[in-house]
Design a protein around this ligand. Sequence first.
Ligand code: COI
Length: 360
Amino acid sequence: MSENIELKVSPELKEKPDFSQLTFGEIFTDYMLSFEYSLDQGWHDLKIIPYGPIELSPAAQSIHYGQAVFEGLKAYKHDGEVVLFRPEENFKRINQSLERLKMPQIDEALLLEGLKQLVDVDREWVPDGEGQSLYIRPTVFATQGVLGVHPSHEYRLLIILSPSGSYYGGDSLRTTKIYVEDEYVRAVRGGVGFAKVAGNYAASLLAQANANQLGFDQVLWLDGVEQKYVEEVGSMNIFFVIDGKVVTPSLNGSILPGITRKTVLELAESLGYETEERRISIEELYELHQSGALTEVFGTGTAAVISPVGTLQYRDEEIVINNNETGPVTQKLYDHYTGIQSGKLEDPHGWRVVVPRYDR
Ligand code: COI
């Protein structure tokens, strides 16, 4: 087994909240993982420290120029064991995001080891209720305090943990109302759409707030060139069931390569569905709905899980999907996906990673 990472013991542990009332991302555990980078030392000082406020230069480049990336993954508890779901995929993707923002690469195996040890220390915080998990949020941000626009010489990585319930609140399979955004765009050709960078989410907030005001849960983004092709939803990738086939927009550089997206494609194939990744326009979708070929729409994301879409509104025209109910394909994928994650089903693909008990 690997060497223990330094643990700075917290003088006082928090009282655990009422796990039956968990919302998304509002409560944090006792500890976090911290890793620092400087030009002369590279990545150094990996340690587990008490969760709490950090010191940051007011001139830190992440605050001024948005040099910051993040990830999202989950841990589950089943039969007393804590498991992570496909964590190596998140660390592969964090390096892709880091590369795009000219930030230093991180040793993925070391990061995974650090995460396992952190989750082990906080294992009592992993909830085991229906639809609950320990949401894991790694983030890397520039910390050098200078105002010239150049890649920072100093960075910090933190991994924080949040016992969470469903992202949209209430029932995970509540159908959502989606507004097709035709004014603002999320990403452009050659931009940072494929990377999990903080600014992508800041750039989405105005359209998201406008849609919320009109009673919608999220916006569906169209491509940034012609505003014609469907890309992704605020915090999810998007899927369509068309003539029984599971279809999602192909990755084109401006769509986030979601790990749940990848998992759902693999799962759908193994359940015997035909899958397709292709360009699909909003007009075509409306025509497919009219002809009856489009039977289900759902979003996928680590936080959102598999989330059925009940209505889509594009300009003045609203379409209702599957009577505003969760369709059979969505339900089947949801059951298998969450079943494998939580340990209720077998894991034939080897997606679960057990968190060992370290001797401390
Ligand atoms: C996730 O699904 O983990 C995300 O990062 C989406 C969102 C909560 C920002």
